[in-house]
Design a protein around this ligand. Structure first.
Ligand SMILES: Nc1ncnc2c1ncn2[C@@H]1O[C@H](COP(=O)(O)OP(=O)(O)O)[C@@H](O)[C@H]1O
Ligand SMILES: [Mg+2]
Length: 387
């Protein structure tokens, strides 16, 4: 969808900003460009919508050499989100969002209807926020308007330059997550620039790690963290990359243990006998549809006597994650609820439990899968097991 072929940019003052860039971003893919300030990320991005022209090499969008296209028409196919947001201060949020559709000739009513839809999509009620002015919004809300505006004309390509840079870490993480779920629906081809390695890892299907004016590694976050291609990348992603992998490795069915089970409507004494027989000190409790209810201890079941059912003694289980959640989420649930394990659900169905040992195993599996060429002792995950 976006293809760089040996692209270089030397500014008129002789500064070589990027040198011989070649990479490809597939349709519907989100690629993060990450690296320290001044390494050429913004230059790379602005060459895609021709706000900057390359010195040599060529860039193709959807198979077309963009040098041969009318820049204005090109930009209509490319949404652009920047850190400073760049909203018009004297226009309402709704009119700001409708800017591009209006520019490309949509009727006013249609453009505004579309803008309202987009505001809704980014979590801003158009009835509440549509008539406000940018100065009447928080930083996070302004960023959302920036995203809504970039999406308004439904461009297939989205360029985002440090889009969440101007907000505090808590809001940033919320905006990142919101954007990811939005992206799961709209499936744009996205280039996202950041200097924040955590953001690059969390957001990218793949990531390009920049050294000075060059890409040092272009791969999935898991591969970059698991097998940094160069000492520079290893240093850039940090010594705690084993921990970072928790964010990009997901909980799979194969990682789960099947604990002893009891059903809500079982007679307590019967369940107790069965669990004692199996040597189980506790059981996960499911309702009659196989959904997670909680857990119960064998001892309490044994002491309860005949009329009681499992339902009378079971406790709710708060620590759970869906299949496919990042290991990090499972780990943080364990810590938050001080639980020795966390339940894993497939839809509403109980799929099994993840224990710390299994979590460690899953992490090791993912490291092994990616770490060809990297010595085992270079891969740090022990800190996770000890935690
Ligand atoms: N208009 C310009 N004229 C000269 N040098 C520039 C210009 N814009 C950027 N640069 C230089 O090009 C290099 C890359 O800049 P940039 O692409 O903005 O990096 P990043 O976005 O990674 O921080 C830097 O050394 C920067 O100073
Ligand atoms: Mg920049």
């Amino acid at each position: 969808m976006i293809r760089f072929e040996r692209v270089s940019k030397v500014y008129p003052d002789g500064t070589s900003a990027v040198d011989g860039l070649s990479f490809e971003v597939h349709e519907g893919e989100l690629v993060t460009l990450v690296g320290p300030s001044g390494c050429g990320k913004t230059t790379t991005m602005m060459m895609v919508n021709r706000l900057i022209e390359p010195t040599s090499g060529r860039i193709l969008v959807d198979g077309e050499d963009i040098a041969s296209l009318d820049p204005v028409k090109l930009r209509r196919r490319i949404g652009y989100v920047i850190q400073q947001v760049g909203l018009f201060p004297h226009r309402t949020v709704l009119d700001n969002t409708a800017t591009v559709p209006a520019l490309v000739g949509w009727k006013r009513a249609k453009a505004r209807a579309r803008a309202a839809e987009l505001l809704d999509l980014v979590g801003l009620d158009p009835k509440v926020f549509g008539s406000r002015y940018p100065a009447q919004l928080s930083g996070g809300q302004r960023q959302r308007v920036g995203v809504a505006r970039a999406l308004a004309a439904d461009p297939p390509v989205l360029l985002m330059d440090e889009p969440f840079g101007a907000v505090d870490p808590v809001v940033r993480e919320r905006l990142q997550n919101e954007f990811l779920s939005l992206q799961a629906t709209v499936r744009k081809t996205v280039l996202l620039v950041t200097h924040d390695i955590e953001e690059a890892v969390r957001m990218g299907d793949r990531m390009a790690v920049y050294g000075e004016g060059r890409i040092e590694q272009f791969d999935t976050p898991a591969a970059v963290l698991g097998a940094p291609a160069t000492p520079y990348v290893a240093q850039f992603v940090g010594a705690d990359r084993g921990l970072k992998r928790l964010s990009v490795t997901t909980v799979e069915e194969a990682d789960l243990e099947q604990p002893p089970l009891a059903r809500l409507d079982e007679v307590a004494e019967v369940a107790a006998a069965r669990l004692r027989e199996a040597g189980a000190r506790w059981a996960v409790v499911l309702n009659t549809s196989g959904e997670l209810h909680g857990w119960v201890s064998t001892e309490e079941l044994s002491l309860s006597g005949t009329p009681a059912t499992v339902a009378d003694l079971a406790r709710r289980m708060e620590a759970w994650v869906p299949v496919g959640a990042p290991l990090k989420q499972a780990f943080s649930e364990m810590l938050q609820y001080d639980a020795g394990w966390v339940a894993v659900l497939d839809g509403s169905h109980f799929a099994g439990v993840l224990t710390p040992a299994k979590l460690h195993e899953a992490l090791r599996r993912s490291v092994d899968a990616d770490a060809q060429g990297v010595g085992r002792d270079e891969v740090e995950f022990d800190s996770v097991a000890d935690a």
